[in-house]
Design a binder for this molecule. Structure first.
Ligand SMILES: Nc1nc2c(ncn2[C@@H]2O[C@H](COP(=O)(O)OP(=O)(O)OP(=O)(O)O)[C@@H](O)[C@H]2O)c(=O)[nH]1
Ligand SMILES: [Mg+2]
Length: 445
């Protein structure tokens, strides 16, 4: 995850709320101070930090928690929403219409050429036929760099290193790329935005007529990103930003918040030097992960799929409260299918997953396996009617599973807990969170 330091500091401040039994003014103030410190050290603009703090305070005192939401969760939600707003803005993905042309612009060393190849690879993985065109006549060996990157990404590269006029290059190369689904045009940078670069990019833009002009901004310029985005937008016009070097910058928060406050959508982020260190920017996912709140949307979707697999009666039984050990069996098998437990826990809220160590996870996975053995030793009648599990049955099952009476009891305890949670399943997301939290933190486990 990019922005390690900022993420860690923000998670720490949210944990204070999670740990507090009761949230008074002081706790809130202290948390806001922590958040301020974290944001400022990530180069977020002072005024933005101040405004954000005020909004959190105001909302915390004015908005009442919705029924069923604890004051703690209420505050965490407010902080989350405000940070989402301040750091990530709205989602706006790259929209491809077919026969697309994308032009990348930016200053020296921002990552344009690398990003051409990254974006090209990303799109070609989606099954699109991609070509790159180099128009940088400034950087020595710029074309060679693009050619090598294209080769690495398995994408065709067009250009002419001998020609010193970008317009002439385009005039001859554009004709050769008509069959491609997407054409990405690399351009030259400068040390700073100036009239000459503006003119050059306008000329390129006119002949390419791209449907997307994306500004490549390195995260290490922090809040200065705002200035650059404005300069490029005023003269060249931009449809969005690709924020690079988020992996290596302590100032990432500054760059992110600068784009968010300008309302310039970040469409992709660069997270390393390798061509695969690149992803579409999804604000909610990004901030949830940063705050260790997990990716609930994905988790819920996955869980629902598994419930579907349990068959028609399964979900119905559960919502009616008729949750038997057989249903628990299906659920646990589903957990296995959802993939490595670590992945699941990473999706859980409030960093419960983020900081769980491998060995603890291993134990849980083991536990799941052992629970499965135990249930395999039960008769169908017992699975359907867990209430009949008396001492002698428990002893028999333990023996059959090569397990212990305690462990069978732990399973029953877990079953009872899950059953309670299951009754509320389907009503809202929070029950799901609790259920999954319970799965991990239930004392029986
Ligand atoms: N760590 C990290 N490095 C990156 C990222 N993107 C690009 N770089 C590095 O940044 C340096 C500059 O990248 P280029 O792609 O050459 O930048 P450019 O904008 O084309 O530069 P000019 O052609 O000189 O204007 C290279 O060493 C890249 O490997 C990223 O997301 N993370
Ligand atoms: Mg370049």
């Amino acid at each position: 995850m990019a922005l390690e330091k900022l993420g860690k500091a923000l998670r720490e401040s949210l944990r204070k709320i999670a740990r507090a039994g009761y949230i008074d003014k002081e706790t809130l103030e202290a948390t806001i101070k922590d958040i301020q410190r974290a944001l400022l050290s990530s180069d977020v603009n002072v005024k933005l930090v101040f405004d954000l703090s005020e909004r959190i305070k105001k909302r915390a005192s004015e908005e009442k928690p919705t029924p069923g939401v604890s004051p703690r969760e209420h505050i965490v939600r407010i902080v989350y929403e405000e940070l989402l707003n301040a750091l990530a803005g709205k989602q706006e993905s790259l929209e491809l219409k077919g026969k697309d042309k994308i032009m990348l612009v930016g200053l020296f060393g921002s990552g344009k050429t690398t990003t051409c190849a990254k974006l090209g690879k990303y799109l070609s993985k989606k099954g699109l036929k991609v070509a790159l065109i180099g128009t940088d006549v400034w950087r020595p060996a710029a074309f060679e760099q693009l050619r090598q990157l294209g080769e690495e990404a398995n994408i065709d590269v067009y250009g002419n290193p001998k020609e010193k006029n970008p317009v002439k290059i385009l005039k001859s190369e554009l004709g050769k790329v008509k069959d491609y689904d997407v054409v990405i045009v690399d351009s030259a940078g400068r040390d700073a935005f100036d009239k000459e670069l503006g003119e050059e990019l306008k000329k390129i833009s006119k002949i390419v007529s791209p449907n997307e002009k994306l500004l490549v901004l390195p995260a290490d310029i922090g809040q200065k990103a705002a200035e650059q985005a404005k300069e490029f937008n005023d003269i060249v016009g931009i449809d969005g930003v690709i924020l690079t070097k988020l992996d290596s910058s302590a100032k990432g928060g500054g760059a992110l918040s600068a784009c968010a406050s300008l309302g310039v959508p970040i469409k992709f982020v660069g997270l390393g030097e390798k061509l695969d260190d690149f992803e579409e920017f999804n604000p909610t996912k990004f901030i949830s992960k940063l705050l260790g709140m997990g990716d609930l949307e994905t988790l819920i979707k996955k869980t629902q799929e598994i419930f579907k697999e349990g068959g028609e009666g399964f979900t119905e039984n559960i919502t009616k409260g008729k949750f038997t050990l057989k249903d628990l069996y299906t659920q646990i098998q589903g957990m296995r299918k959802m993939g490595p437990l670590k992945k699941i826990f990473e999706m859980l809220p409030m960093g419960f997953g983020a900081d769980i160590s491998e060995d603890k996870l291993q134990l849980s996975q083991e536990k799941i396996n052992r629970f499965t053995y135990i249930m395999d030793s039960m008769t169908p009648y017992e699975l359907e009617n867990p209430d009949v599990l008396d001492r002698s049955r428990v002893e028999r099952i333990a023996k059959g599973a090569g397990s212990s009476v305690e462990e069978v009891r732990a399973l029953i305890k877990h079953y009872n807990f899950t059953k309670k949670m299951m009754k509320r399943f389907g009503k809202n997301k929070r029950s799901m969170e609790k259920l999954l939290k319970g799965f991990r933190f239930n004392k029986g486990l």
